[in-house]
Design a protein around this ligand. Structure first.
Ligand code: SF4
Ligand code: SF4
Length: 473
């Protein structure tokens, strides 16, 4: 066992309201500069839809991530051969508006119009795509481009009565088996030993862009001004000081959680090469991620030099609880085999009808009227569990059981307390679990959402000491 520690994130999709505050605050802090106009280190997609860049999940188009080659992991891109980074059109041509005309136009019968102009060359342009192009548009034509609908009858979800939508915020996943890092011939990308954050060394990068093609999530970007690649830095100067990332701090829906995960580095490659993807997800959670209360794990962690406050933080970690203890959060697109360290709680409300069958008609009375919004479980499974619908159903059942339990505590409805007991038992939860889940999911206080130990070594030195060499201008 080779125990390492990483700061990881969970996003609870049940609570994302698609406000884009996370994207805007991230942009203001990190990419509000020349060469980075089109970059959104954090973006929020309305799904189903093609996403940003367009169809990023379609690896036939971009060749990102890992594939199995005779049981061994092999990068999907072969450097210099089948290198397919997105084009500017796949992201979008960044623009602003010609606001000056609103002030300088002479008096006339016509309203002056601020036309879109390119942020790159200042020329007038037509807007044809953007990072949130199908924002809030359920059932529009663009959903047919969503690879997550593979295996489903896509056209059905364009019918008014069957449309559904959900939000998917995305950042770099700071993966355990990052294909961006593996593809860099300059070894400019590195994963930090002490907290797992993946960074691009700006002094080593020569702008070859193999990382851009190799990341299946398309979360490395090429800066046309500096000629180097850059990416989400997980707000590492803030993390080192025990502060949450900017996207997490400013999240209006309080959907983001940050905490330490202990993992076994010796298991990473073996698990990433698991042939069956749903088994890969299970092995990732069961074998790679470690129980921070296990005395053997704690002992090896101490021998490896992981500080005591990090081990204590791993035990209090909301990410550990959601991913490993309760198994209600999953990695995005695990079939890319990069072992992402950002996890997602699938949205519950749209699948109420499934649970009505399990618990009886009364459930309808205690749940919001969201039946029309139903997201097919298969769609969520395609996104988070390699198509395994059982894993998603079990997670949703737990979330629903907590709602029933809380409802039973507060509403005097005959028989509801018994139903709550049944729901908890069927979901494999205790009352203590339900209380803790309720506190974490519904109350979501700052100190429960963000359990981030400081990094004494780096913090004491100077959190900004790496400026210029770690993905920053
Ligand atoms: S999400 Fe992409 S850029 Fe981020 S660590 Fe994983 S492979 Fe690299
Ligand atoms: S700030 Fe939070 S709620 Fe708003 S879009 Fe981002 S993740 Fe969703």
């Amino acid at each position: 066992m080779n125990v390492r520690a990483q700061i990881a994130m969970v996003m609870n999709l049940d609570k994302c309201i698609g406000c884009h505050t996370c994207s805007v605050t991230c942009k203001n802090v990190w990419t509000n500069r020349a060469g980075a106009e089109y970059m959104w280190w954090n973006n929020v997609e309305t799904r189903p839809g093609p996403g940003y860049p367009r169809q990023w999940e379609n690896q036939n188009r971009y060749n990102g991530g890992w594939a199995l080659d005779g049981g061994r992991l092999k990068l999907k891109i072969e450097i210099t051969k089948n290198y397919k980074p997105p084009s500017m059109e796949d992201y979008y041509h960044p623009w602003t508006y010609d606001y000056e005309v609103l002030f300088s136009e002479k008096q006339s019968d016509q309203q002056p119009v601020a036309r879109p102009i390119s942020l790159i060359d200042g020329e007038s342009m037509d807007v044809t795509y953007g990072p949130n192009w199908n924002d809030d548009l359920a059932g529009a034509d663009l959903i047919l481009e969503d690879p997550g609908l593979d295996g489903l009858q896509k056209e059905i979800y364009q019918q008014f009565k069957d449309v559904f939508m959900m939000y998917l915020p995305r950042i770099c996943n700071h993966c355990l088996n990052p294909s961006c890092l593996a593809a860099c011939p300059r070894k400019a990308i590195y994963k930090r030993e002490e907290d797992g954050i993946v960074l691009v060394d700006q002094n080593r990068c020569r702008g070859y862009r193999y990382c851009v093609a190799a990341c299946p999530y398309k979360k490395v970007y090429y800066n046309w001004k500096t000629g180097k690649s850059e990416k989400c830095v997980f707000c590492y100067p803030r993390i080192e000081a025990g502060q949450p990332t900017v996207c997490s701090l400013t999240c209006v829906g309080k959907i983001r959680y940050l905490g330490v995960l202990l993992y076994d580095a010796d298991k990473v490659l073996d698990v990433a090469a698991t042939p069956e993807v749903s088994q890969l997800v299970k092995r990732f959670i069961d074998e790679v991620l470690l129980d921070p209360y296990d005395p053997a794990v704690v002992s090896v962690a101490k021998e490896s030099g992981i500080p005591d406050d990090w081990i204590k933080a791993a035990q209090r970690s909301p990410v550990y609880k959601m991913v490993k203890k309760w198994k209600v959060a999953f990695p995005l697109r695990p079939e890319f085999r990069t072992l992402p360290m950002v996890f997602y709680v699938p949205p519950l409300s749209p699948v109420v009808t499934t649970f009505e069958r399990a618990y009886g008609a009364k459930i309808t009375d205690i749940m919001p009227k969201v039946n029309e919004l139903r997201i097919p479980i298969k769609y969520l499974a395609n996104m988070f569990t390699g198509g395994d619908t059982m894993l998603i159903e079990q997670a949703l059942k737990k979330l629903l059981a907590v709602r029933i339990y809380e409802r039973a505590k507060n509403v005097a409805e005959p028989g509801l307390a018994d139903k709550a007991k049944v729901a908890l038992a069927e979901a494999g939860l205790t009352e203590a679990d339900a209380e803790e889940m309720y506190r974490l999911f519904a109350i979501a206080r700052y100190e429960d959402r963000f359990v981030i130990p400081t990094n004494p070594k780096r913090y004491a030195a100077n959190p900004y000491v790496e400026r210029g060499v770690a993905g920053l201008p």
